[in-house]
Design a protein. Sequence first.
Lengths: 114, 114
Amino acid sequence: MITKKLSEVPITSPKGYAGVKKQVLIGPGDGSGEIVMRYFTLAPGGASPYHTHPWPHLVKVEVGTGVTVDEDGNESPIQAGDYVYVNDDEKHQFKNTGEGTFEFMCIVPRRGEA
Amino acid sequence: MITKKLSEVPITSPKGYAGVKKQVLIGPGDGSGEIVMRYFTLAPGGASPYHTHPWPHLVKVEVGTGVTVDEDGNESPIQAGDYVYVNDDEKHQFKNTGEGTFEFMCIVPRRGEA
């Protein structure tokens, strides 16, 4: 059993993700070979790529306000406390629309974590 | 893409879990066939079973204070904001040791959700 706090987890800056910081909360380094729990912090104006991939996202918004962009390009507001499910192969994006950071947890199967 | 709030998710009382309420935040009903995100609320004095099973838990404590019990019976304090990883086949328990509710998110592979 492993217990940790967000502040103990190393922060990386994924390539091609402007204004995005990433932390792997629980992953292969902890012995979790099936599921990976990540934490993303988007700076004001930051966004994840508008993309698709053959794995799902299970998301919980932790801090701030933003929008999801669906496969038709429609934006819907989301905020701290909201849960979002993105299916395999569904085009999606998360954008920070607030004045502060927009932070969310994003869980993927192991194949979704580079 | 599905977005929801905790207050919109039905509450169940799992059999054999005294003082425990459960909500399936994201699961097969949402199209998530690989990973299930659940939310547990333990009343004061409540606890999950001290048990083992062939799947992992990825946990985030949302509200309150409690302890984990590891496979040797050792208790360790946990509180809101902490992340816990329990490996497959590792004996474990979560207990509420506070005066209010103890609430946590618990993510499992599909086979771990009855």
